[in-house]
Design a protein around this ligand. Structure first.
Ligand code: NAD
Ligand code: DAU
Length: 341
């Protein structure tokens, strides 16, 4: 392993992976590849921009020619694929791009990797492929039951990866992460969205009764989970990367407001997300058996994350303009109006 292509590297988790790996493994070259959609942000890679073992290339995983050129130019032998449309609400409003990138794009990237003859291919996937888990914990052998267009498109990508392993003998590993939080997360996901809105004293649109449960994982722990699967995962296997830390949305919201010293009157219960999964929860013994351990406690990581958004307005204020405001209007204007009637 020498030249590692990281696709979707300018997003939230991909950039955290690059920042961590570039520093830890100077003996490897990291080629960051990203289409720079609305969610891709080159600022996320600024901390490594001058490193000798790092390069950035703009490109689409669904574009064969561009993928092929990159694989050849950099003699890529390993791929870690983070590239995705990642926001559930957007997949309800506009699903086409989700299928294009998360399913078709994975297929094209993988097929070019097969033709090029790479070694390991890591597909970064999600706990959402298991669907709504009323009780208990999902294990890797559970059947898929995705409920949103986002989750279904990620499940589609995973199935293609599995087929290339079985049909073509490709060396593939899949990771399924739980809800991830930390610095540099696009402020459409609940945590950075609510923190940055609360800083500005705006209303926080909590879907439904707010008692839905997510399993929260700090981004740096997610990154080491993917690192473990990359180096130690068994070919053809999937590994859950869980926070083992279930929290209700309403409780997270209260904690954010408390840390920021803002009133609870900012919370506005609004009409629910369509097809909203009530709970995700995973068992991650399989990854632990490879030696992975989380390093961060939820309390410390949440506090540090809220502080990061307070101290890094330069990063998020320029995002919350243009397309972001159009999306905000489309997603929230009617909901907030309905809640205020
Ligand atoms: P993100 O939206 O912040 O980043 C996605 C990145 O992919 C962006 O930089 C975007 O420009 C890029 N991209 C999109 N389409 C592309 C294409 N066709 N070609 C090349 N690049 C493209 O997402 P994230 O939260 O960092 O998630 C990264 C991965 O982890 C995704 O595959 C997601 O499904 C998965 N995941 C996310 C979470 C979470 O809680 N955020 C949890 C589990 C799994
Ligand atoms: O579980 C892993 C998944 O977590 C990842 O695969 C996805 O890429 C990532 O977006 C995330 O999906 P969620 O739908 O769980 O995340 P989101 O931040 O959109 O929502 C978290 C919870 O908060 C969910 O129950 C919906 C609720 N919510 C969200 C938003 C944006 C609100 O109540 N109000 C909101 O405005």
């Amino acid at each position: 392993m020498k030249n590692i292509l990281v696709t979707g590297a300018a997003g939230f988790i991909g950039s955290a992976f690059v920042r961590y790996m570039v520093e830890k493994y100077p003996q490897y070259n990291f080629i960051a590849y990203d289409k720079l959609t609305y969610a891709g942000n080159i600022d996320n890679l600024l901390p490594v921009s001058d490193e000798e073992n790092y390069r950035f290339e703009r490109g689409d995983i669904a574009e064969r020619g561009a993928v092929r050129r990159t694989l050849q130019t950099h003699q890529i032998d390993t791929v870690v694929n983070f590239a995705a449309e990642s926001h559930v609400d957007r997949s309800i409003l506009a699903p086409d791009e989700f299928v294009m990138t998360n399913t078709v794009g994975v297929h094209i990237l993988l097929d070019e990797c097969r033709l090029h003859g790479i070694g390991r291919f890591v597909q970064v996937s999600t706990d959402e492929v298991y669907g709504d888990i009323e009780t208990g914990f999902s294990v890797e052998s559970d059947p898929f039951a995705p409920n949103s267009p986002y989750a279904a498109s990620k499940a589609g990508g995973e199935l293609i990866v599995r087929a290339y392993h079985i049909t073509h003998g490709m060396d593939v590993v899949v990771t399924r992460g739980s809800n991830t939080f930390g610095p540099y997360q696009y402020p459409e996901k609940i945590l950075p969205f609510f923190v940055t809105e609360a800083i500005d004293d705006n209303l926080l649109p909590l879907y439904g009764d707010g008692t839905q449960v997510r399993d929260w994982l700090y981004v740096e722990d997610h990154v080491t989970g993917i690192e473990t699967a990359l180096f130690k995962g068994k070919s053809g296997e999937a590994y859950n990367v869980a926070g083992e830390n279930q929290q209700r949305n309403i409780d997270i919201t209260h904690r954010i407001l408390k840390q920021l010293g803002k009133p609870e009157t900012l919370i506005k219960h609004v009409p629910d997300r369509e097809g909203h999964d009530r709970r995700y929860a995973m068992n991650c013994d399989k990854l632990r058996a490879l030696g992975w351990q989380r390093k961060y406690t939820f309390d410390d990581a949440l506090e540090a994350t809220v502080r990061w958004y307070q101290q890094n307005e330069w990063w998020w204020r320029k995002i919350k303009t243009g397309e972001y405001l159009e999306y905000y209007k489309r997603q929230y204007a009617a909901r907030l109006a309905a809640a205020q009637e």
